[in-house]
Each structure stands twice: as structure tokens, then as C-alpha cells.
Ligand binder design. Structure first.
Ligand code: SAH
Length: 418
């Protein structure tokens, strides 16, 4: 039972291009001030930067990046996610992997890779579920967990939540932290990027609210074709930023599909390269992936927005202290794996997926075990937030990637009403 706060998917901000009305606000923290000055200086020396470069600098630069130094999740943070709200979410995700593992012939060595584990809550719920089924279902099978996490601050939090003691053996190459899980004593390893994670075993991948954090490029269609939106310093002020439209075509605009019908497009090449890497790994060693995020099927235009303290925040304000995010383009994700043999199923809306996975039955079970009315009410309230169409139920989508299954007749778990 978790907290009652607002998710990032529930609020929208129209992109402020250079046509927007002025929004001068004074920056009051040293680190934010320092960062805006550094970004403005960089731009004055080397010219305007792409929105992707701006996002990379603000979110993941190795000193002051938002994800690097901050715990942004929960009541005290900037936004809350489904697994932080309700334990059933992680349990049902765990059940999805158990079912798909069975459908793929119960291989004996299993790797579980989570991208962007946040506070480690989702992984912990999955671990608890796997431990519950360990004897009866997994038997002698070996299970290890690997996490892709760019933030040292968050990786320490994840370690505290998930692990008991330090791993006694040497750390594998490229791994920066390792331990055994408190529940079930599963080995756990942390990496900065997916490329560093070993690629030789049957693997399940999980990415929940990960792809929305990756840098996007932005383009608008003009009289002379596609032009890219960049970030520049305002001419009227030394330390204020604005969006500008580049007069010339950029290399990045090659990423836009020739039959694109929208007039404003956001493209995340990093999402494409990560998902095709995942597909290659599934092709080589078999396995599957669940990608859950707020997003669309290639129809939305301008979704870039910022968050701070559960409120929308202009992406040029509170640099390093506020989140910047964009909706995930699931069509682009599916297109990025279409040359592989990996099957994509979905995306379907989160509400449908959780319903198909049996959320109502699990809710009833948990309600029966609640100690008091308050606990039961928190459980019901958080269930509503993750299922309600107006909250997280519809905006969030679920996409599955699957490798070789024993029977091609058997539907992928959770995507069909049973
Ligand atoms: N999955 C969690 C947290 C989502 S927040 C949940 O649903 O609660 C996004 C997570 O991705 C954070 O852990 C953040 O540090 C991580 N992250 C963001 N950009 C990353 C990158 N480029 N590489 C690896 N991890 C990244």
C-alpha cells in the first residue's frame, strides 16, 4: 500500500516555442543558477543545442543531472509511479514473467534485467513474487537480477531496498555495484548501460517509466520542409533560455519517416537503439520484455513537459531540480524491432492489461488481509489511480516483446481477456 500522488502522465503542458509568452522567473537555488549559467555559456561558445542535448545535460550530466543527484519519486519528490502506489502492480508484472517463462519451455538459467529501477520498489515486488513461486515453480532454476541505472544516488537507494549484504565474490566486468537480495538471496548486479550487461542467457527485460526519460529530438514542418527545434539563449537576457527553429535542415531530421503526416514530431533515437538491442538479445538467447509507459501510437505531436513537486514545470525553470519527460512513441518502438524475429504484442492500455492479469482477484485477497479500514481504503484508492481511465489506466500502455514460445497458438499473457 503506497502513496496517493499525481503521476506525470496526468498533466500536460503545451510546448513553448519561441512564440510563447514571456515567463521570466527568478532562479533561486545555487545549483540551478549555476547550471543555467553553464548551459548559457556553452551555447554562447558553441551555438544552440538540440532538445536532446539539453535533456541529456539537464537529466543525466554526471554531477548535477536531475536523475544523478536526486530521489524524485514519491510524496517528497516530483512524481509517483504505479509500483510506488500499489504492490499489486509489481506482483502482476512478476506473474507475467512466470507465465511467459513457462510458455517458453522453463529454461533453467534466467536473467531478469530492469532498466531504470527508480527506488527498487517494482523489482522488490517482483523478487517477492519469484521467491513465493521458487520451490513450486522455478525448482532448481537459477535466477539473477541485473539493473541498468545511470544514477548512483538511486542505485544506493535500490541497494538498500533490495539487498542485504555485499557480494563476497569479485564484481563482474562493467558492473558497479553488486549484492544479494534480502528476499530469496538472488544475486543482483548494477550497470550504467545495457551494452555492459552480459548477453549470453535467457533474459526477461522490464522497462517501466524508463523510455519517457530518454532525450528526444523535436521537429516542425515548415514551408521548406522539416526544421529542428533547438534551445538557445534569449537575446534579451543573459541567462534565460528559449526554443528556436533552425533555418537549415539538420542530420537528425533524417529520422523522420517519409510518409509522416504530423506537423510536429518528437523522435527518441536512444529508445530505438535500446529496444533493438533488447530484440537482438532475445533473438540470440530467447526471453521477453515488458515495456510500460505513458505514450501513443505515433499520433501525438508535442508532449515535452517538466515536473516539479507534482506540478507542471517549464522545462527551462528549476534546472537539475525538475524532471523533463516526453510521451513514448510506441509505434517508433515497434518499428525499431520489426527487422528482428521478435514478436510485438500490444500496446494495450494499462487498465486492460492489469484486468487481464487478474488485478481484481488479487485486490480482494489483499483487502481480506488488511489490518484496518485505513489500510483497506489506501489500497482501494491506489487501485483506482492505476486503473482509472482519467488517471493512469488509459494513458499508460503495455507492450510485450517475446521470443520463441513452445506453442505459437498460446496467446501472450495479459493481452487477451481470459
Ligand atoms: N521504473 C521506476 C522509476 C522510473 S524513473 C518506477 O517506475 O518507479 C526513471 C528511472 O530511469 C530512474 O531510475 C532513472 O535514474 C533511470 N534513468 C533515466 N535515464 C537513464 C539512462 N539514460 N540510463 C539508465 N537509467 C536511466
Amino acid at each position: 500500500m503506497r502513496l496517493n500522488y499525481v503521476s506525470r502522465a496526468c498533466m500536460y503542458q503545451r510546448l513553448c516555442t519561441r512564440f510563447r509568452t514571456s515567463n521570466t522567473r527568478f532562479i533561486n537555488t545555487y545549483s540551478t543558477q549555476f547550471q543555467i549559467e553553464t548551459i548559457c555559456k556553452t551555447i554562447r561558445y558553441s551555438g544552440p543545442m538540440s532538445v536532446a542535448q539539453y535533456m541529456r545535460t539537464v537529466l543525466t550530466n554526471s554531477n548535477t543531472g536531475y536523475y544523478i543527484h536526486k530521489d524524485m519519486l514519491g510524496a517528497e519528490g516530483d512524481f509517483v509511479t504505479s509500483p510506488e502506489l500499489n504492490q499489486i502492480f509489481g506482483e502482476l508484472v512478476g506473474i507475467w514473467f512466470v507465465n511467459e517463462w513457462k510458455a517458453m519451455g522453463c529454461p533453467s538459467d534466467i536473467e531478469f534485467v530492469e532498466l531504470g529501477p527508480g527506488k527498487g520498489t517494482l523489482a522488490n515486488d517482483v523478487v517477492r513474487l519469484f521467491q513465493h513461486f521458487r520451490q513450486k515453480v522455478f525448482g532448481q532454476s537459477k535466477l539473477s537480477f541485473r539493473f541498468v541505472e545511470v544514477s548512483e544516488t538511486l542505485s544506493k537507494l535500490q541497494y538498500d531496498v533490495l539487498c542485504g549484504k555485499k557480494l563476497e565474490c569479485e564484481m563482474p566486468q562493467d558492473c558497479y555495484q553488486a549484492g544479494y537480495s534480502k528476499i530469496g538471496h538472488f544475486p543482483m548486479y548494477w550497470y550504467r548501460d545495457l551494452e555492459s550487461v552480459p548477453n549470453d542467457k535467457f533474459t526477461f527485460f522490464l522497462a517501466h517509466e524508463f523510455f519517457d526519460a530518454l532525450p528526444i529530438y523535436k521537429f516542425v514542418r515548415g514551408k521548406n520542409g522539416w526544421r529542428e527545434i533547438y534551445v538557445d539563449v534569449k537575446s534579451s537576457s543573459e541567462n534565460e533560455l528559449q526554443f528556436v527553429l533552425l533555418p537549415e535542415v539538420t542530420m537528425a531530421s533524417k529520422l523522420i519517416k517519409s510518409n509522416e503526416t504530423r506537423n510536429h514530431v518528437e523522435i527518441c533515437p536512444m529508445a530505438g537503439s535500446i529496444v533493438s538491442n533488447i530484440a537482438k538479445r532475445i533473438e540470440n538467447n530467447n526471453g521477453g520484455a515488458l515495456i510500460i509507459d505513458y505514450g501513443h501510437l505515433g499520433e501525438k505531436e508535442d508532449t515535452l513537459r517538466g515536473f516539479k513537486d507534482h506540478q507542471l514545470n517549464d522545462i527551462f525553470d528549476n534546472i537539475g531540480e525538475a524532471d523533463i519527460t516526453a510521451d513514448v512513441d510506441f509505434q517508433f518502438i515497434c518499428d525499431s524491432v520489426k527487422d528482428s524475429s521478435v514478436e510485438t504484442t500490444g500496446p494495450i492500455i494499462q487498465q486492460e492489461f492489469l484486468k487481464n492479469m487478474g488485478i481484481e482477484v488479487r485486490l480482494m485477497m489483499l483487502l481480506r488481509n488488511c489490518k484496518d479500514k485505513g489500510q483497506a481504503q489506501t489500497l482501494i484508492d491506489s487501485y483506482k489511480i492505476i486503473m482509472d481511465e482519467k488517471q493512469m489506466g488509459e494513458r499508460f500502455k503495455v507492450l510485450a516483446l517475446t521470443g520463441k514460445r513452445e506453442s505459437s497458438e498460446e496467446p501472450v499473457t495479459g493481452f487477451y481477456d481470459s
